[in-house]
Write a protein that binds this ligand. Structure first.
Ligand code: F6R
Length: 587
C-alpha cells in the first residue's frame, strides 16, 4: 500500500528519499513522486510506474535540496495517472503533501475550498490536505496551528507529511502509521521503519492524534488539541532491514524455503510474556479470534487446534467483525492475528472489541506495529521481514505459535513443542521436492480452474492453498471441504478439471478417498498431497508421516511452492502480484 518518506538534514534529500521508497516497494504501489525544497523554492517530479522506471525517466534523484518528501501511491480515489501521484501541491506552490489512508469527508472539504478559491489538480482525496494547510497558514501565519486546524477537519484515516518552503517538515497521524527516524543531525518521517533503517535505528513511534513539527532549530510534538507532548525514542532492531534474496530468484521463494527454521523461532518466547498471554485466555469466558486473508486462515486452524485442546474459540473474519461485535463484552477476549499489525480491517475489529470492554491479544510479526501497541498482550512470531506480498513463512509461524499456546493452556496437547525437530526435518523434506513440484506446476499450468479439497484440519489449508494460487499465478482456485463437493460443486467437475487433494493417511483418509473416486470417475486429474502412495493420483507430492494434528504445518508448503511455480509459468512476478499490497491499510 502507499508509503511515505520525508527527510530533513544535511544530506542530499532526494537520494535518501528514493532509497527509502525502494526499501518499501514490497508494500505495493502504482506511482511515485518526490518534492524537495531548495533556496525556498518547492520542486516536484512524479509519475506512474516503479521507482526505478520513474527515476530513470524523470531523474527524481537529481532534485536538489536537503529537505524533501516522497511517496509511492496505491490508487484508491482517482485513476492511476501522473496527476494523481503524490506529492500534491497547495495553490501557491509553497506547501507539498504526501498522504496514506482515506479522507472520508473530502467531497465536503473540496467544495468548501473551491468556494474559497482553491484550484485542484487531481482526483484524489489527499489533495485537500495541501489546500487546507494553505488556507489555515494564510489565516494564522503559523505552521503548528495550520497543522492542528487541518487535522481537526479531517475525517477518516491518515498519516501525512508536509513540507513548507520555509524549510519545515511536518507530519500527523490518525489510524495510519507514521514513524520519526532520529539521526545524528537529521530526521526522517516514514510510514515504515524500513524507510530509514539503513541510516538510523533510533525511532519515535507517533501515537494516534500526534503531530510532529521539525524546523531548523528543533523537533516538537503536539496533539490535535494543540497541547505540547513528549515522545520517547525506541531503539529498533537492525536485523529488520536485513532482507535480501540471497541465492533465490524471488523473496517469495526464499521465504518459503526459510520455514523449517522460522516455525521453531516462533515457539521461542519470553516465558513471563507467554504466561501473561495464556492467562488472559484462560480467564476469559469467551474467546474470539480474528484476522484477514491468510491470517484469517490461521484463525480457522486455531479453532480446530484449540478445540483439540478442549478450548472453544470463535473465528470471525476481520472485515465482517463489526457485524458481530455485539457478541463481545468485558468477559471476552479478542485474539487478533496479523503479520503486519497494520491491517485496517483488523485494527477496526480490535477497536470495536475494546469499545465492548473486551481484552485484546495479538499475534504479530512486527512488534512496533499499531496492533501490538494497542493490545493488552502480544506475541511475536519472529519470522523476520516478509517481503513477498503473499504471506508464506508468517502463516506457518502463526500456526506453530497457536499450537504452542493451545498446548500450554489446553487439557490435551497437540505435541508441537516436543515435535520441533521432527517438524524441521519434515518441512526440509518437503522443500527438497522443489523441482518435482515445479514439474507438477508445468503439467497443470494451462488450467483455468483448480479445486483444492480436504477435510477437518486440512480444510483451512485448502483455503490458504487456493488463495496462494489465485494471488500468485492469477489462476482461479477454490478451496473446499471435501465432503461439500456432493452438495453442489461436483456439477463443475469434468475432464478439464484439476483437483488437488490434501490426503494424508489420517482419520480423514477414507472419506476423502471416496470423494477422490467420485471426482476421478468424472474425468478430473488428481494431484494428491499424501504420505501414502496411491494409483488414484495422476500426480503425487509425497509428504512425510508426522503426528496427525500437525499436518497443516507441512502440507501448506507444497501448495506454496506450486503457487510460486505456477506464477513463474504464467510470467507473473510472484513477489509483487498485481493489484495487491503487503499492508492493507484501507477498509
Ligand atoms: C495473502 C496475504 C493477505 C494477508 C492479509 C492480512 O497472501 O498476504 O491475505 O494475509 O492482507 O495481512 P496481515 O496478516 O498483515 O494482517
Amino acid at each position: 500500500m502507499c508509503s511515505i518518506i520525508g527527510y530533513k538534514g544535511n544530506e542530499h534529500a532526494s537520494t535518501l528519499l528514493i532509497e527509502g521508497l525502494k526499501k518499501m516497494e514490497y508494500r505495493g504501489y502504482d506511482s511515485v513522486g518526490i518534492a524537495t525544497i531548495k533556496s525556498g523554492k518547492l520542486l516536484i517530479r512524479k509519475g506512474v510506474g516503479k521507482v526505478a522506471e520513474v527515476n530513470k525517466s524523470l531523474r527524481l534523484d537529481e532534485l536538489p535540496g536537503k529537505l524533501g518528501i516522497g511517496h509511492t501511491r496505491w490508487a484508491t480515489h482517482g485513476g492511476i495517472v501522473d496527476s494523481n501521484a503524490h506529492p500534491h501541491l497547495a495553490c501557491n506552490s509553497t506547501i507539498a503533501v504526501v498522504h496514506n489512508g482515506i479522507i472520508e469527508n473530502y467531497h465536503e472539504l473540496k467544495d468548501e475550498l473551491y468556494r474559497s478559491g482553491h484550484k485542484f489538480n487531481s482526483e484524489t482525496d489527499s489533495e485537500v490536505i495541501a489546500h487546507l494547510l494553505e488556507e489555515y497558514f494564510e489565516i494564522t501565519g503559523d505552521i503548528r496551528l495550520s497543522m492542528i486546524f487541518t487535522c481537526k477537519r479531517l475525517v477518516g484515516s491518515f498519516a501525512f507529511v508536509a513540507v513548507f518552503n520555509s524549510s519545515t517538515l511536518c507530519g500527523a497521524r490518525y489510524d495510519e502509521p507514521l514513524i520519526v527516524g532520529v539521526g545524528h543531525d537529521d530526521y526522517f518521517l516514514s510510514s515504515d521503519i524500513l524507510g530509514f533503517l539503513n541510516h538510523t535505528d533510533r525511532a519515535i513511534f507517533l501515537d494516534n492524534r500526534d503531530i510532529v513539527v521539525i524546523n531548523d532549530s528543533d523537533i516538537s510534538f503536539f496533539n490535535f488539541d494543540g497541547d505540547r507532548i513528549s515522545r520517547k525514542i525506541t531503539q529498533v532492531a537492525w536485523e529488520l532491514g536485513d532482507a535480501d534474496k540471497g541465492k533465490y530468484s524471488h523473496y517469495t521463494l526464499k521465504e518459503i524455503h526459510e520455514q523449517h527454521q522460522t516455525i521453531v523461532k516462533s515457539m521461542d518466547q519470553d516465558k513471563k510474556n507467554l504466561e501473561k498471554f495464556c492467562k488472559i485466555i484462560t480467564d476469559a469466558k469467551n474467546v474470539f479470534i480474528t484476522g484477514s486473508g491468510t491470517s484469517y486462515h490461521s484463525a480457522l486452524i486455531a479453532k480446530q487446534i484449540f478445540s483439540k485442546s478442549k478450548i472453544h474459540v470463535e473465528p470471525i473474519m476481520s472485515s465482517e467483525f463489526q457485524y458481530s461485535a455485539d457478541l463481545l463484552d468485558e468477559n471476552s477476549v479478542l485474539l487478533a492475528i496479523s503479520q503486519s499489525g497494520e491491517t485496517a480491517d483488523v485494527m477496526h475489529s480490535v477497536k470495536s472489541a475494546k469499545e465492548m470492554g473486551a481484552k485484546v491479544l495479538s499475534i504479530v510479526n512486527i512488534p512496533t506495529s499499531s496492533l501490538a501497541r494497542l493490545s493488552d498482550s502480544y506475541l511475536e512470531v519472529n519470522c523476520g521481514p516478509e517481503i513477498g506480498v503473499a504471506a508464506t513463512k508468517s502463516f506457518t509461524s502463526q500456526i506453530a505459535l497457536l499450537y504452542h499456546v493451545a498446548d500450554l493452556i489446553g487439557k490435551k496437547s497437540n505435541g508441537i513443542f516436543a515435535s520441533k525437530d521432527v517438524l524441521t526435518k519434515a518441512i526440509k523434506q518437503v522443500l527438497e521436492l522443489d523441482s518435482h513440484i515445479e514439474s507438477v506446476a508445468n503439467q497443470i499450468k494451462g488450467s483455468k480452474d483448480i479445486y483444492i479439497l480436504g477435510r477437518s484440519l486440512h480444510f483451512p489449508i485448502c483455503l490458504e492453498g487456493a488463495l496462494k494460487i489465485k494471488e500468485l499465478s492469477y489462476i482461479h482456485a477454490e478451496g473446499m471441504a471435501a465432503g461439500e463437493l456432493k452438495h453442489g460443486p461436483l456439477a463443475l467437475i469434468d475432464n478439464n478439471s484439476i483437483v488437488i487433494v490434501i490426503h494424508p493417511n489420517d482419520s480423514t483418509y477414507g472419506d476423502t478417498l471416496s470423494n477422490i473416486h467420485t471426482i476421478k470417475s468424472r474425468g478430473a486429474k488428481i494431484v494428491g498431497i499424501s504420505n501414502k502412495k496411491d494409483e488414484v493420483y495422476d500426480y503425487q507430492i509425497t509428504i512425510p508421516t508426522i503426528n496427525e494434528s500437525l499436518y497443516p504445518l507441512i502440507e501448506i508448503v507444497p501448495l506454496q511452492l506450486l503457487a510460486y511455480y505456477l506464477s513463474i509459468c504464467n510470467n507473473a512476478n510472484p513477489d509483487y502480484p498485481r493489484n495487491l499490497a503487503k499492508s492493507v491499510t484501507v477498509k
